[in-house]
Ligand binder design. Structure first.
Ligand code: ADP
Length: 487
């Protein structure tokens, strides 16, 4: 199969940024160019109109009313100056006779100037549709333009004493200074675009790197976590990533990965703990069994009833332990199914307490009941297991006195039932209280006792109560312990 083309997040981001910024810059440059062109052209058109008016006025000034003629010497000097600026002037008198004509004066210069302008406009600026244009203006004496105020104050427009024709490259043209200015503006614009595009590329790389780095780190961490845990616990410490990012989502991603790592570590720790605990718990009865059987084989012990019963006891303990472990695994790792039914909690407690009567009588302790009708909706069999475990502990760890089983209403609105199993036994040291519900936890006092169990009973009880949404807690006084279950 063809391998799918992939691109790194960093490159993808950099490309997107760069493309976007470049397009924006090019669009901006084009807009600026068009805009300056429009503004500049209208400015140039105004300039040309102004210049034509200035030429007419200057020629008007050269009219001598006495001799009814123009000062041709000055006219020629002015006319040639205008030619250099791109204006080809022809002056005629009132009868239409030629007074002065730039072309007749210097044909070569006129053609050269006009060709220069055409080259500049068409060659350099790509201007199309330009052609020679000719405008005619009357020469008046006295000259000047009739304005509203001048007419009001009794001014009469002067008599027409001649005509001036101005030929230019039209509809407009740029003078040399103007074209130099426009060229430098365009050059600046192009340079700015190049510099900005380059800068935008650099910024794109920096930005995309900043965004991609934490994502890459998170991906790398997730990969390492997956690698470390594929095929079971590796024992390697799981890496943590820095989660102090200013971008909220990146911080959250890093924190999620870190908490995932923490959970995995905890699961790994629990798994190891469980394995070593199970090994430890199995070792004691197995050692006893093995010792007993070997002793019988070697003839140290006789294979009589007493020794065989002792071996049987160990196998029963082992079977119990395996059974408890089974229950615990089901409760801790699988979804506990709670089959709820309506029943009376008081009756369940009475029936359960009944089972311990014989054991209690044997130990010389009393089982007291303080029960009332207490309807609940819960899993009957599983709750029975809870009370069996609590009562068996109470009887087991009490040598003198009594075990009291009571039920009463509790909670803010009296909507809960609280079961208390109180004994007058050895009690639980303050330091052990927070741990008694932990798996395989046994307080030292009982550890040495032959009656000591595996330390799973309370763990199972707690798991069942929690699955019901209830609370279980242990308290200890000088004269015994109290286990309370709120449902
Ligand atoms: P075990 O099988 O050892 O009794 P549990 O989980 O039932 O395991 O109990 C855990 C530990 O809590 C016991 O080993 C014991 O030290 C302590 N414990 C539980 N119930 C009582 C009690 N009623 N009085 C004194 N200690 C208790």
């Amino acid at each position: 199969m063809k391998e799918k083309f992939t691109i790194s997040l960093q490159n993808r981001l950099a490309l997107i940024y760069a493309l976007f910024i470049s397009l924006a810059l090019v669009a901006l440059t084009i807009i600026i160019n068009i805009f300056t062109g429009i503004v500049f052209t209208s400015l140039v058109k105004t300039n040309i109109a102004g210049k034509s008016a200035e030429i007419v006025r200057a020629i008007e000034d050269q009219y001598n009313p006495m001799s009814r003629s123009f000062d041709t010497v000055t006219l020629e000097a002015m006319g040639m100056y205008f030619v250099h600026e791109g204006y080809i002037v022809t002056v005629e008198d009132e009868e239409g006779g030629l007074v002065w004509d730039a072309r007749s004066c210097d044909m070569r210069e006129c053609t050269m100037v006009l060709n220069d302008i055409a080259d500049r406009m068409e060659g350099r600026f790509g201007f199309r549709g330009g052609a020679l244009r000719k405008d005619q203006y009357p020469i008046r004496y006295p000259g000047g333009e009739p304005s509203l105020t001048s007419v009001r104050s009794g001014w009469v427009p002067g008599r027409t004493v001649g005509t001036v024709s101005i030929e230019t490259y039209g509809p407009f043209f740029y003078s040399e200074t103007e074209s130099a200015f426009l060229t430098s503006i365009n050059r600046l614009l192009v340079m700015a675009t190049i510099i900005l595009t380059f800068a935008s590329f650099m910024i794109s790389i920096i930005l995309s790197r900043a965004i991609a780095r934490p994502v890459n780190k998170s991906a790398e961490a997730a990969r390492q976590i997956a690698e470390a845990h594929s095929g079971g616990a590796s024992g390697k410490p799981i890496i943590r990533i820095d989660d102090r990012y200013q971008t909220r989502e990146l911080g959250e991603l890093a924190r999620s990965i870190n908490s995932l790592a923490a959970e995995l570590e905890e699961a790994e720790r629990k798994q190891k703990q469980l394995t070593s605990d199970i090994a430890h718990e199995l070792r004691t009865p197995l050692t006893c069994l093995r010792g007993g059987i070997e002793a019988m084989i070697d003839g140290v012990y006789k294979p009589d009833r007493e020794h065989l019963e002792s071996c049987l006891e160990e196998t029963i303990r082992l079977a119990g332990l395996v059974q408890d472990l089974n229950t615990l695994t089901a409760l801790e790792w699988e979804n506990i199914t709670i089959n709820k039914t309506e029943f009376d909690l008081g009756s369940l407690l009475r029936i359960t307490a009944e089972q311990f009567k014989a054991a209690a009588i044997e130990k010389g302790i009393e089982i007291k009941l303080d029960l009332m009708e207490s309807p609940v909706n819960a899993d009957y069999d599983r709750l029975k297991q809870v009370f069996i475990n609590l009562l068996s502990n109470a009887v087991k760890y009490t040598d003198r006195g009594s075990v009291t089983v009571s039920v009463e209403k509790s909670g803010v609105s009296g909507s809960q039932w609280e079961v208390s199993i109180t004994d007058t036994g050895i009690g639980i040291p303050e330091t052990d209280l927070p741990h008694v519900f932990e798996r395989f936890y046994r307080s030292d006092k009982s550890r040495n006792r032959s009656t000591g169990g595996a330390g799973i009973g309370l763990t199972i009880a707690a798991a069942i109560v929690h699955a019901h949404g209830g609370v279980i807690q242990a308290e200890s006084a000088e004269t015994g312990s109290v286990f309370k279950v709120a449902l």
